[in-house]
Write a protein that binds this ligand. Structure first.
Ligand code: ADP
Ligand code: MG
Length: 322
């Protein structure tokens, strides 16, 4: 069991950023409105996710750490309706199998339970005190899997990956206040007041966010809203173009290109804008990739959506004389 956990963990938990992703997704699934992520030494020393969500019942804590237990698929229909982010039921088990993990959780803010795991073995469990919600602390990641440890890149690279993941999750959830502190320094802090532009301020800073332009382009099937930077506020790569589909950060090559296309000749060669595009559509028109860690998503009518994005940006640029 130990070995198969570690193999499964290798697939999902590649690096500190994977831990951050899985734990923040769990907090989102648990209806948290505030998520605090505290990371030390790019997550190699510790990663702590604190949420004010539903919590886990004392009796269910150990069950939650069994592989393939999930509270999130109750009907066959749920499998196709990817509204919750987790649906494999193995993240907690996988993370616990390659780290020293402590969870403190309370469903009512009165009684709480603390459980400690080392390499997926429960080593301590006791009652505790905390407000409603859950705190998961992961220390000594990959302490028992030296091969995995070797794949971890420089602390700089690992931190970038963490920031990237947190940015995306925050953008996908403007209704949640997401805060990331690394070695005592605030990196991301979004308002959680369900406003995309203010969420961008918490990620890219107020100056950039306040100079973004807004567009909307909708028809009966698709509602598209976006913010984009002026043609002279650019970056040297595409990674500042974000796509949110039904509240989930996605990658899609054609839609990313549509943003760039919207600028036409206004963009200098080799320069890319900052943009966030929020797309809402009927979930049955989405083909979520079979592999849950892949973000590349295929859409029915991709060309049409791409046109709606580039038209929306193009028209706004023309109207505003940017
Ligand atoms: P999955 O998210 O795929 O269901 P996980 O291993 O990530 O699987 O989590 C297992 C279960 O533990 C979840 O289904 C959920 O019931 C519970 N859980 C995990 N994290 C939290 C959290 N932060 N708040 C409340 N419940 C949680
Ligand atoms: Mg999960």
């Amino acid at each position: 069991v130990e070995l198969s956990n570690q193999i499964a963990a290798g697939e999902v938990i590649e690096r500190p950023a994977s831990v951050v992703k899985e734990l923040v997704e769990n907090a989102i699934d648990a209806h948290a409105t505030q998520i605090l992520i505290t990371v030390k030494e790019s997550g190699m020393k510790s990663i702590e996710i604190n949420d004010n969500g539903d919590g886990i019942e004392a009796d269910d804590v150990e069950i939650a750490f069994q592989p393939h237990t999930t509270s999130k698929i109750s009907t066959e229909h749920d499998l196709f309706n990817v509204l919750t982010l987790g649906f494999r039921g193995e993240a907690l088990a996988s993370i616990a199998s390659v780290s020293k993990l402590t969870i403190v959780t309370s469903t009512d803010g009165k009684s709480a339970i603390q459980a400690k795991f080392s390499g997926n073995t429960l080593v301590d469990k006791k009652t505790f005190a905390r407000s409603k919600g859950t705190t998961v602390t992961v220390e000594d990641l990959f302490f028992n899997t030296p091969a995995r440890l070797k794949y971890v890149k420089s602390l700089h690279t690992e931190l970038n990956k963490i920031v990237d993941i947190v940015d995306r999750l925050a953008m996908g959830h403007p209704e949640i206040s997401v805060r990331l502190i690394h070695d005592g320094k605030d990196i991301v802090w979004t308002s959680g007041n369900d406003n995309l532009q203010q969420t961008m301020a918490g990620i890219y800073g107020r100056t950039i966010a306040s100079h973004m332009f807004e567009f909307e382009n909708s028809d009966e099937d698709y509602a598209i809203k976006g913010y984009f930077s002026k043609p002279d506020t650019t970056r040297s790569n595409r990674s500042y173009i974000s796509l949110i589909l039904n509240g989930r950060y996605i990658r899609n090559y054609q839609l990313t290109n549509a943003v760039i296309r919207g600028y036409g000749s206004k963009l200098m060669v080799g320069r890319f804008p900052i943009a966030i595009i929020d797309i809402k559509l009927d979930p049955t028109l989405v083909d979520i990739n079979v592999h849950p860690t892949k973000q590349e998503v295929r859409l029915t009518n991709e060309g049409h959506i791409a046109d709606m994005i580039s038209e929306g940006i193009k028209n706004k640029i023309a109207n505003q004389n940017l």
